[in-house]
Design a protein around this ligand. Structure first.
Ligand code: ADP
Length: 262
């Protein structure tokens, strides 16, 4: 009640512009952003084309996750513009933003409900057939049907019966059932086993047929196939290119890649 009464959280502000058929182009133009008094981005610029898979890499604390949070309108920028299909995101309606952008976070919140209900939360109108389809795409269907109660299996408090990789795949299924054009992926920092890692890598690759995917990558082996990789250092993009290009021209990238056990 205190929270409601005093309105201590700043509310997200939305515009009135509705777009029903988003292409999925994202652009940061001269973006300036700070957390309270902590200056982060001074003049951040990049552009992502529809159906591209773009990865953001850099040391811990470089500002990678913040970029996803800004696209998802968790914070307001100080100067510049964030554009989706050339519209400033502040002009877009809440429905347009919420329907078209999904974030698959490091620890997706899973409710103590059945698997089916957890997915339906993202789109209450979805049919059983649609739910099965997205679970197949997220490579979690086989696992679900092996469970005693299948899609009606209750997953426990915060999905306790699921592993980290399985929870992420369930979160991908949720993003797909919403038919979000833009999927923001904050890769789990905790190590996934090779099998899960390979699965997530293949799922992401498959997603780019219909979606724009931005992935904050903690393990570079996941993103060697990305169309473009932005290398972030001290809140600045110091280089960009494909994996092969960056291995040749970007010492920061080469160092990040080589300290990993690839
Ligand atoms: P990365 O994803 O590259 O590890 P983040 O975007 O999470 O980096 O963080 C960038 C910087 O911003 C870090 O120094 C972090 O401590 C700081 N930061 C992140 N979230 C907040 C917040 N909510 N308030 C203040 N500072 C934050």
């Amino acid at each position: 009640f205190d929270i409601i009464k005093y309105n201590s959280f700043t509310k997200e502000k939305y515009g009135a512009k509705e777009i029903s058929n988003i292409k999925g182009c994202i652009e940061f133009k001269n973006v300036k952003f700070k957390y309270n008094s902590k200056e982060l981005f001074d003049n951040l610029n990049f552009k992502i084309k529809p159906n591209q898979m773009v990865a953001i890499v850099g040391k811990s604390g470089a500002g990678k996750s913040t970029i996803l949070k800004l696209i998802d309108k968790n914070y307001e920028i100080e100067e510049g513009e964030i554009l989706i299909d050339n519209f400033n995101i502040n002009d877009l309606s809440e429905k347009t933003i919420k329907n078209n952008i999904s974030i698959v976070s490091q620890s997706p919140y899973i409710f103590n409900l059945s698997i089916k209900e957890n997915i339906k939360l993202a789109n209450p109108k979805s049919t059983d057939e649609e739910i099965i389809n997205v679970c197949k795409k997220a490579q979690i269907h086989d696992l679900i049907i092996e469970m005693v109660n299948g899609y009606d299996t209750i997953v426990g408090e915060n999905g306790v019966i699921l592993s980290g990789g399985q929870k992420q795949r369930l979160a991908i299924a949720r993003a797909l059932i919403k038919k979000s054009k833009i999927i923001l992926f904050d890769e789990a920092t905790s190590a996934l086993d090779n099998n899960n890692q390979e699965k997530i890598k293949n799922i992401i690759k498959d997603l780019t047929k219909d979606h724009t995917v931005i992935i904050v990558a903690h393990r570079l082996s996941t993103i060697v196939d990305a169309d473009n990789i932005l290398v972030l250092n001290d809140y600045k993009i110091v280089n960009s290119g494909t994996h092969n290009e960056l291995m040749k021209k970007c010492i920061e990238y080469k160092n990040l890649y080589e300290i990993e056990d690839n």
